[in-house]
Design a protein around this ligand. Structure first.
Ligand SMILES: NC(=O)c1ccc[n+]([C@@H]2O[C@H](COP(=O)([O-])OP(=O)(O)OC[C@H]3O[C@@H](n4cnc5c(N)ncnc54)[C@H](OP(=O)(O)O)[C@@H]3O)[C@@H](O)[C@H]2O)c1
Length: 294
């Protein structure tokens, strides 16, 4: 019988970090209405912080805010805004300040993604992802910076590992996330002397998320590709949440300008998730494996 790999489980942040770590602190999170960013928000709230979550789908956002409050006992404000429009973010920040009086932590997590080769991607599709991920990140920084200067607070940007190599079908997100990484580095250097830290979390494949659902080939390929990570399992949203708690804590006071992959070692192992070179030679051959755009 083949030996089975050892697998460390994903754990709750409260099993490791003090429960009152962020008592009295306030988080502002774009993309916090779902998936990874919702879990990041929940973890920060479980340690005592209040939060504002931002997204476009107001029904989902409101429901998520209620769930987060119920799960953590902390207040969560849902504010509808499209990160592509600075004025909407400026108004969302004003609502957060009106309610909580300060912002200590910012998560720039709003993003869009879908699979498409360069040749099949529309100019508009490329532009839209740049607008959400890159310009949305800049807009969020711009709208929150004066408050983070005042609180000597900290930024986390949610990026990816796709752009470390030439990942097929991901030119739009690769370009957008590379720019996010660069933006965070400049922010860390320019604002460090004002007491601000800025870091990037680059998630690997995280199970049960919209991103993973959208990017994984459909059918058996998912089982074949992902259990082979060095960590022996897909990522869990808790894995990203735990890095979030660490980076916002004082234990990370000397950590700034960094890009930290939380990917179970995927980066050092991975090949393309769609069959290669079939997927680039004949996109029609893999069409059935791709979830269509919304
Ligand atoms: N899942 C993974 O395995 C994985 C891997 C690497 C990186 N990531 C990154 O992790 C983050 C979360 O991904 P996820 O998989 O959890 O996906 P998700 O649930 O789809 O999260 C994306 C969030 O962004 C919001 N959003 C999208 N466009 C927006 C806009 N124009 N304005 C405001 N909010 C907007 C969405 O809310 P609305 O639709 O309501 O606006 C949604 O809440 C993303 O930055 C993604 O690139 C994920």
């Amino acid at each position: 019988m083949a030996p089975t790999p050892y697998v460390h489980p994903a754990v709750d942040s409260t099993a490791v970090f003090k429960s009152d770590l962020f008592k009295g602190k306030v988080l502002f999170c774009t993309g916090g209405g779902s998936g990874i960013c919702k879990a990041m928000t929940e973890a920060v709230m479980r340690h005592g912080a209040s939060a504002t979550i931002v997204g476009r789908n107001v029904d989902r956002l409101t429901q998520s805010a209620q769930e987060l409050s119920k799960a953590t006992g902390q207040e969560c404000l849902a504010v509808q805004a499209d990160v592509r429009h600075f004025n909407q973010l400026r108004d969302a920040v004003a609502r957060a300040i009106e309610r909580f009086g300060t912002i200590d932590f910012v998560i720039c997590g709003a993003a869009g993604n879908f699979l498409a080769p360069i040749n099949g991607l529309s100019v508009n599709g490329f532009k839209t992802v740049i607008e959400i991920d890159t310009i949305g990140t800049y807009n969020t920084i711009k709208a929150t910076l004066q408050h983070i200067r005042a609180s000597k607070g900290s930024y986390i940007h949610v990026s990816a590992t796709l752009h470390y190599r030439g990942t097929p079908y991901q030119v739009h997100v690769s370009a957008a996330k590379a720019a996010v990484d660069a933006t965070s580095a400049v922010l860390a250097v320019e604002e460090g002397p004002h007491g601000i830290r800025s870091n990037v979390i680059a998630p690997g494949p995280i199970g049960g998320t919209e991103g993973m659902d959208r990017l994984s080939p459909k059918g058996d390929a998912q089982q074949v590709v992902y259990p082979r990570l060095p960590a022996g399992r897909l990522g869990d949203v808790k894995d990203i949440a735990n890095m979030t708690v660490f980076l916002f804590s004082d234990a990370a006071n000397f950590v700034t300008g960094q890009v930290i992959a939380v990917d179970g070692g995927h980066e050092h192992l991975r090949g393309p998730s769609l069959p290669y070179p079939e997927s680039v030679l004949d996109p029609n051959a893999v069409k059935h494996m791709i979830k269509p755009r919304l």
